[in-house]
Write a protein that binds this ligand. Structure first.
Ligand code: ADP
Length: 306
């Protein structure tokens, strides 16, 4: 019988007056126990489902991380082989180059009374200097040295690097802003390697910074992202990096410059990794490129191997 029919029957029996419905029969002890077991079962099932979803997500994340690490490892192996080959060649070129420089210098001295010929010899010497710089870059890239950590005062290091970059082309009047000024940060790292990396970023920024109607402008910003990391950012007001080149510019020998070697950023990448950090390139929304060099403050995470 339905509940409605029951109610009507009770109303009829009570002369049309409604009577209270009887309370549902109390649950037996067994039924209560069964209910508790079902509740517990449902809770455990829900927990298992959540754990399974979490584990699934973690597996996907770990797989991606592993694929990333494998790509990094393959890149390192390829670069190490390429670097070793290039360094071998550079080593062979270095001695004959030194000989050419020596003889050209002697010739220039002998030609002191023939200025036109002496001028030609000076051009040869200049060409040799360019080749020597290239050989040094290749050797540095192919046979990098292990970092030697020490306490580094960033303010000195940044200012020296700016002066060195400026010294390469004094005709271009680049305005450089350092922030904060002074950079009141010390860290434990290899100062020589860090300065080399920063110098390469600055040389590129000076090259790229606008000339002509817009004054060339470079900014070096130092921030402590957290208590363990320091980030050095070098930005310029140049044309920026074309989007399709962003993931190629760190490859060795990749260059878009007529006289470029394509080793500057490859060396920066190598140094960043050897110091336990990383480097990233991006374009600023307001125009120009921006390179961020992220390093551990305490020098940990650096490696002797590349
Ligand atoms: P190189 O300077 O000899 O070309 P790098 O490895 O230093 O070698 O740079 C590789 C390429 O990355 C450059 O040729 C240029 O195309 C690009 N690049 C680097 N820095 C900048 C920058 N600040 N702005 C725009 N492009 C840049």
């Amino acid at each position: 019988m339905s509940i409605l029919a029951n109610d009507l029957e009770r109303q009829a029996m009570s002369g049309g007056q409604a009577v209270a419905a009887p309370a549902p029969p109390a649950l037996t002890h067994r039924e209560r126990e069964l209910g508790a077991i079902i509740d517990a079962y449902n809770a455990v099932t829900e927990q298992l489902k959540q754990s399974h979803e979490k584990l699934g997500g973690e597996v996907v994340r770990l797989r991606e991380e592993l694929a990333g690490k494998n790509r990094q490892l393959q890149r390192r192996e390829r670069l190490a082989a390429l670097g070793e080959l290039a360094a071998g060649m550079a080593h062979e070129i270095r001695n004959p180059l030194a000989g050419i420089r020596l003889f050209a210098c002697l010739l220039e001295r002998d030609l002191h009374d023939r200025p036109a010929q002496a001028q030609v010899v000076r051009k040869i010497i200049k060409g040799v200097s360019t080749l020597e710089a290239l050989v040094t870059d290749i050797l540095e890239f192919g046979r990098p040295r292990a970092p030697v950590p020490g306490i580094v005062v960033l303010d000195h290091l940044v200012r020296e690097a700016i002066e060195l970059a400026r010294g390469r082309d004094e005709t271009k009047q680049v305005e450089v802003r350092v922030s904060p000024d002074p950079v009141d940060i010390k860290l434990v790292t290899d100062g020589v390697l860090l300065q080399r990396a920063l110098l390469n970023l600055l040389i590129n920024a000076f090259d790229a910074a606008r000339n002509g109607s817009v004054a060339p402008h470079v900014c070096v910003q130092v921030t402590t992202a957290n208590s363990q990391e320091v980030v050095l950012t070098v930005s310029d007001n140049g044309p920026g990096i074309p989007g399709d080149l962003l993931d190629r510019i760190f490859n060795p020998f990749f260059t878009t410059k007529d006289t470029g070697t394509g080793l500057g950023l490859a060396i920066v990448h190598q140094i960043a990794e050897s110091l336990g950090g990383s480097v990233q390139a991006a374009n600023r929304p307001e125009g120009g490129a921006m390179f961020s060099l992220r390093l551990p403050k305490d020098g940990r995470g650096g490696s002797a191997e590349y």
